[in-house]
Design a protein around this ligand. Structure first.
Ligand code: DGL
Length: 274
């Protein structure tokens, strides 16, 4: 069974791509809506919350967990992989969305200038910058020395969750966030947040058609498929294509939001992580 974790609804868009590419696995999706958004929390709080979610999903029988949330991937993943898994969950693994996107950006950029848009915590963590810089190290895939420019876009998540992404106010705010990035002339842009796919068209328009704008859904799904092909221990031979949706807050609200983020009707269950 594969666990998909996000701070709330946004990860459902990543799950949608994963499910499309790998439909035969069993999945549990967990959204920590009661404590979302994560994007303005401190590193220690995000680590604690993510660790609790990871422990819960492993206890439900998951052997592999994907942190679909950029903020959790940025602030908690390394520590979980380096400290928590060896102590508590040997032979299990947790993967995130930062490395797949950084690798894709590093492969695609021609002028070696990459822009990153994300929540405040994701940007301040420097996780994308670190992953992109690692690409220039001897073990990095592309060997490119990349200049990274970043912008925290904290107002975009609430605007999208209120379905206000098409309003003139949202477009004005988006332009304000993009302006400083654009002046560095990146040829590749990372949408470092689960929600930003909803504004991808406008983001593409403001940067110009020649700029590559990368969103995590398909890229994460492709990298996960490659990972599973290399790791038969997570094989789906026993799987029945089961789906379970869990939230730490009101399940009716989660189900209503799932219509937008997942594009279909689901019935979720409320659980308690604390
Ligand atoms: N899921 C978060 C992310 O991708 C956005 C929402 C939040 O701040 O919790 O960074």
């Amino acid at each position: 069974m594969i666990g998909i974790f996000d701070s709330g609804f946004g990860g459902l868009t990543i799950f949608k791509s994963i499910e499309k590419k790998l439909p035969n696995y069993d999945y549990i999706y967990l959204g920590d809506n009661a404590r979302a958004p994560y994007g303005n929390h401190s590193q220690s709080v995000i680590y604690q919350y993510t660790k609790e979610a990871v422990d819960y999903l492993f206890a439900q029988g998951c052997s592999l967990i994907i942190l679909a949330c950029n903020t959790a991937s940025a602030e908690a993943l390394r520590k979980i992989q380096q400290e928590h898994l060896p102590q508590k969950h040997k032979n299990k693994n947790v993967l995130g969305v930062i490395r797949p996107l950084a690798e894709a950006a590093s492969e695609l950029t021609k002028n070696n200038i990459v822009a990153v848009m994300g929540t405040r915590s994701t940007v301040e963590s420097g996780a994308y910058t670190r992953e992109l810089k690692e690409q220039s190290l001897p073990r990095g895939k592309t060997g490119k020395k990349i200049k990274v420019v970043q912008e925290a876009c904290p107002l975009l998540v609430p605007l999208i969750e209120e379905s206000m992404e098409k309003t003139p106010a949202a477009k004005m705010i988006l332009k304000k966030y993009i302006r400083p990035l654009k002046s560095s002339h990146p040829d590749t842009v990372i949408l470092g947040c689960t929600h930003y796919g909803w504004m991808q068209r406008d983001i593409q328009k403001y940067f110009g058609q020649k700029t590559k704008v990368l969103y995590s859904g398909e890229i994460t799904a492709t990298k996960l498929a490659e990972y599973l092909a290399k790791h038969p221990e997570y094989s789906h031979t026993q799987a029945k294509g089961k789906r379970l949706f869990l939230t730490t807050d009101n399940s009716d609200r989660f189900d209503a939001a799932a219509k937008k983020f997942l594009g279909r009707t689901i019935k979720s269950k409320k659980i308690d992580l604390t």
